[in-house]
Design a protein around this ligand. Structure first.
Ligand SMILES: [Zn+2]
Length: 270
C-alpha cells in the first residue's frame, strides 16, 4: 500500500470533490477500460441509478463510496463487470484493497435487510456500520469469518494439500474455518489433523489477510510436524504431500497469504 486509507462511516467534511466509486452488481465490480488500462468509472457521468450507497473512507484524501447497480441496467460502453480476484495486478493496488472492503460492506448490507430474530425490515444506524431492527432492537454488524491457514514444515519439507476444487496440479497450504469456542491455535491443530492426519506443535502467528470472498479473515500460522503420517480425509481434500524446495508443485498466485506462507518457506523460513 502506498496511499493511506482511512476508514470512516461518514465523510469528515461535506465539500464536493472527486470520489472513487466502487459499483458492484452482485460480487462483480464495474470497471472502465481506457487506453488499455482498467480504471474505476466516474459514476456521476453514467446513468446507472445506483442504490445501497455507503461511504467507506478516504484513500489519499479522496472519498470512497460503494454502491450497487441493478441486474437489469445496460452497461455503458467501455465498461465491464469483473470478479475481484481477476482484477488483482490489473487494477491499482490501493484501489484493489479498498474494493475488497467495498464488496464486504455492500454484501453485508444486501443480506441484512431483515432482522434475523423477528423478520422485520432493518434500518441503518446513523454514524455506525450497523443495521438495527426497529421492532426488537437486534443489531447486525458486518460479519467477518476467521479462518486459519498454515505453513507446516518437517525438516526441509513443507506440507501442501490439494482442495477438491483446485485447478489441475495446484497445491496450497491447508486452511479451515475457526469453530465457535475455539482458539486460533486449536483451530490450526484440529484442521491439520482432520485434513491430513498430521499432528503439529510450535504453532506461531505469521500474518493475516482480509479475504472478501465473501467475508473471511485469513489468519496465517507456521507450525512444525510433531507426529503422524499423512492420511487425508477425502471429504475435505483431494491429496496432501510433503514437498521440498526442489520439487514444488503449482502454487497459488501472489495475491494470497497462502503464497506468502509458501514463499517464506522457499526463502528458508524466518
Ligand atoms: Zn427484530
Amino acid at each position: 500500500m502506498t496511499s493511506p486509507f482511512i476508514p470512516a462511516v461518514e465523510p469528515a467534511n461535506q465539500e464536493p470533490g472527486p470520489v472513487w466509486w466502487f459499483a458492484f452488481q452482485e460480487d462483480k465490480l464495474l470497471v472502465l477500460h481506457s487506453d488499455g488500462e482498467i480504471r474505476l468509472p466516474d459514476l456521476e457521468q453514467l446513468e446507472l441509478s445506483p442504490t445501497r450507497r455507503h461511504y467507506l473512507g478516504a484513500l489519499g484524501g479522496q472519498g470512497c463510496y460503494v454502491v450497487e447497480i441493478a441486474g437489469d441496467v445496460a452497461l455503458p460502453d467501455n465498461t465491464s463487470l469483473e470478479g475481484l480476484r481477476g482484477l488483482f495486478g490489473r487494477l491499482d493496488e490501493d484501489l484493489f484493497g479498498v474494493a475488497g472492503r467495498a464488496l464486504q460492506i455492500v454484501t453485508w448490507d444486501r443480506t441484512h435487510q431483515f432482522c434475523g430474530r423477528c423478520g422485520s425490515p432493518t434500518e441503518l444506524v446513523p454514524g455506525e456500520r450497523a443495521r438495527k431492527c426497529p421492532v426488537c432492537g437486534l443489531t447486525a454488524y458486518p460479519r467477518i469469518s476467521p479462518a486459519v491457514i498454515m505453513q507446516v514444515t518437517k525438516g526441509d519439507q513443507i506440507l501442501l494439500a490439494r482442495g477438491l476444487n483446485f485447478a489441475e496440479g495446484m497445491y496450497s497450504t491447508p486452511a479451515g474455518f475457526v469453530e465457535p469456542g475455539e482458539t486460533l491455535e486449536e483451530a490450526v491443530a484440529r484442521e491439520i489433523e482432520e485434513e491430513t492426519g498430521v499432528i503439529v506443535d510450535n504453532i506461531r502467528y505469521f500474518g493475516s489477510q482480509p479475504w472478501p470472498y465473501p467475508h473471511q479473515m485469513m489468519i496465517g500460522f507456521t507450525a512444525s510436524w510433531a507426529a503422524g503420517e499423512i492420511q487425508i480425509d477425502p471429504n475435505e481434500i483431494a491429496d496432501a504431500q510433503w514437498f521440498n524446495r526442489r520439487s514444488m508443485p503449482h502454487i497459488p498466485p501472489r495475491m494470497s497469504i497462502s503464497r506468502r506462507l509458501i514463499d517464506d518457506y522457499l526463502e528458508g523460513g524466518r
